[in-house]
Design a protein around this ligand. Structure first.
Ligand code: S3P
Length: 172
């Protein structure tokens, strides 16, 4: 089993939060959700942080939450979909553990999310176009930080979690 944290990265709707809980239970580690940490620290839901302070302020809070994980015991961490945007975050992910990219198509991600009102980057007009463009812009970043890639298309969270746990077993 790998040392350090296990970070799950990928697009909104790729199943990171659910899969993080399942993998954490399977390998006996705590599960942490970076979006939850940001919300707890700021005392507001993410759409409110975006609306009141803007995306950059959210990104600052996300980076702070990520860096604070160096103080925590090895956990399975569900990251927000945009964590890979900042080079500083990409370096931190690689430094602090093993990175697993959960890949998904924009169409399946949108179908899984359903109500996009909790996702400020998708909730404006043209949500499905936004999803396709955002995913295309980020795909390379997800792959650039990943030690392990698991395709989640058409799979249940349990199936994805099993694939992640098996890949972690095989990782050094
Ligand atoms: C974001 C993804 C969200 C959340 C915020 C921004 C993004 O997390 O961090 O709305 O830029 O992709 P999830 O991927 O958990 O939905």
């Amino acid at each position: 089993m790998t040392k350090g944290h296990v970070f799950l990265v990928g697009f909104m709707g790729s199943g990171k939060s659910t899969v993080a809980r399942l993998v954490a239970a399977a390998i006996g580690r705590p599960s942490v959700d970076l979006d939850d940490m940001v919300e707890q620290r700021s005392g507001r839901p993410i759409p409110e942080i975006f609306a009141e302070d803007g995306e950059e302020a959210f990104r600052d809070a996300e980076t702070q939450a990520l860096l604070s994980l160096s103080e925590r015991p090895s956990s399975v961490v569900a990251c927000g979909g945009g964590v890979v945007l900042r080079p500083e975050n990409r370096a931190a992910l690689r430094r602090m553990g093993t990175v697993v990219f959960l890949s998904v198509s924009a169409a399946e991600a949108l179908a899984r999310i359903g109500d996009v009102s909790t996702r400020p980057l998708l909730s404006g007009a043209g949500g499905s176009l936004a999803a396709t463009a955002l995913l295309a812009a980020r795909e390379g970043l997800y792959r650039s930080v990943a030690d392990i890639v698991v395709d989640t298309e058409g799979k249940t969270p349990d199936e994805v979690a099993e694939a992640v746990s098996a890949a972690l077993e095989g990782a050094s």
